[in-house]
Design a protein around this ligand. Structure first.
Ligand code: NI
Ligand code: MN
Length: 226
């Protein structure tokens, strides 16, 4: 599976020829200045919660790419009001079989409001089960025992977890999360973008390594094989 990092918690995965984008936040991100947002294509855009650092470029990107937006009911209703038409509402605990595989929405312990303070439904994580591999994107979340349910859904090939601390799990909790979800290959997100989430990457690598885990922090704009 190809994984492309667009900075912060924005990334894309290619499965069965479909490009699936997550949590679009590129134009406000100083660290992602090298990313040409107009060159990004997408068949689906999954949104974990309403916060601006996960939705800033959602409407423009969905309009230009004609991607289907998948998120919680409240975010999908909001997206419809912004003029988007290809929408798929889901909610925590539910799963759906898409043309690239099955996605189950799982609990994230966070909050979810739009920039103006309006209600953005419950935050979610997603477990992808596909013929080309399985992965979990936790979204913004605290470490939670709900993660123990993930290995019952799928044996993971990799997981995408926040490691920036302050608003989400930090390094220590992401390591504990990797143990709960029984996954050794972790791609870190939600770090370095702004002051509150700056981390020491070498130290993060060291701590994951010490725990017998692999932490991957691909450069912004780069694509890796996972
Ligand atoms: Ni958030
Ligand atoms: Mn966030």
């Amino acid at each position: 599976m190809k994984y492309t990092n667009y900075g912060h918690s924005c990334f894309a995965v290619e499965i069965k020829g479909k490009k699936i984008l997550f949590d679009p936040f590129i134009t406000p991100n100083e660290l992602a200045k090298g990313v040409d947002i107009n060159a990004i294509t997408a068949d689906y855009i999954f949104v974990s919660h309403a916060h601006d650092d996960h939705t800033a470029d959602l409407v423009d990107l969905a309009k230009r790419t004609n991607a289907t937006v998948v998120s919680n009911y409240e975010i999908v209703v909001w997206a419809g009001k912004q003029g988007l038409e290809k929408l798929h509402p889901m909610n925590t605990g539910g799963k759906w079989k898409f043309d690239f595989g099955t996605v189950k929405c799982v609990v994230a312990q966070h909050s979810s409001s739009f920039q103006d303070g309006s209600y953005g439904g419950n935050p979610m994580g997603f477990v992808f089960v596909t013929e080309e591999g399985n992965f979990y994107y936790s979204g913004d979340t605290a470490l939670t025992f709900d993660m123990e349910l993930v290995p019952a859904i799928a044996t993971l090939d990799f997981a995408v977890l926040p490691i920036g601390d302050n608003f989400t799990m930090g390094i220590e909790d992401a390591i504990a999360a990797a143990e709960l979800i029984e996954c050794e290959k972790i791609i870190g997100v939600h770090y370095d973008t702004f002051g509150y989430v700056k981390i020491d990457k070498q130290e993060a690598m060291r701590q994951f390594d010490e725990a017998g885990l692999e932490l991957m922090l691909p450069e912004i704009g780069s694509t890796i094989e996972v």
